[in-house]
Design a protein around this ligand. Structure first.
Ligand code: SAM
Length: 238
């Protein structure tokens, strides 16, 4: 067995700070008030405060174990909930959704309700920055046991992690993530679905929710977006 709390602590080992976090941290430091939707363990806001951000920082996530990690810092506001359930009203200059969190929004209704709540949370002219994997790059094709990772978790326990795709139906990829002992004996299996929206469909959802796309990039160094780009990184404005 491997508990939700152990899995949440392992998340930061598997997702070490990188170029995507630098991209978002720069936006956060430039904004007076920031809402991190699907903040997970809170890594970006955790850096923003000691880096000198003196304004409102708020992270929201529905997963109590992930939020438990985030709550290690008490000088940031943490809220348990989903994007669609938020009731903020014109309170933030910037909302972010990082670590491909936007892709957990699978159904059209959930995407619409989440974008509406994010728009409602922002001031007029506020910005929403997030990324979603480019479906044309077909990242899920490398999610297989041949790409298993061996890591040591924060308690010093060696574990192996691998992914297996169960189905690709339209733009929704359903897969499992297995956490095992180094010999492959499974400790836990998590199942998830992610939506791979294409550029045009994404633009339609954003426009319907009252956003205008200010910039779109294909990589974390603001590379232009082209068909082979791994990411669709969007900065949208209310
Ligand atoms: C891949 S993690 C990304 C976490 C963090 N943003 C990061 O960059 O590391 C996706 C997060 O989205 C959260 N999540 C799942 N459903 C959500 C929803 N409907 N609204 C907001 N967040 C959600 C999960 O609990 C999880 O913490």
């Amino acid at each position: 067995m491997y508990s939700d709390e152990e899995a949440a602590a392992l998340y930061d080992v598997l997702n070490a700070w990188g170029a995507s976090d630098d991209f978002y941290l720069a936006l956060v430091m430039d904004a007076k008030s920031v809402l991190d939707v699907g903040c997970g363990t809170g890594a970006i806001l955790h850096r923003a405060r000691p880096a000198g951000h003196a304004g409102r920082l708020c992270g929201l996530d529905p997963d109590p174990a992930m939020l438990g990690m985030a709550r290690r810092r008490s000088d940031i506001e943490w809220v348990e909930g989903t994007a669609a359930s938020m009731a903020f009203d014109g309170e933030f200059d910037l909302a972010i959704m990082t670590g491909h969190a936007f892709q957990v929004l699978v159904g059209d209704d959930e995407v619409r309700a989440s974008l509406t709540a994010i728009r409602q949370a922002l001031v007029d002219g506020g910005r929403f920055a997030f990324e979603t994997r480019n479906p044309l790059a077909r990242a899920w094709e490398s999610w297989n046991p041949g790409n298993a990772m061996d890591v040591v978790d924060p308690s010093g326990r060696p574990v192996r992690i691998w992914h297996e795709v169960e189905s690709v139906v339209g733009d929704v990829v359903t897969f499992t993530e297995t956490t095992s002992d180094p010999d492959g004996a499974a400790l836990r299996v998590d199942r998830a679905s992610l939506r791979f929206l294409d550029v045009d469909t994404l633009a339609g959802f954003l426009a319907d929710a009252g956003f205008e796309i200010e910039a779109q990039y294909g990589g974390w160094f603001r590379e232009s977006l082209d068909p082979a780009s791994p990411e669709i990184i969007t900065v949208a404005r209310v």
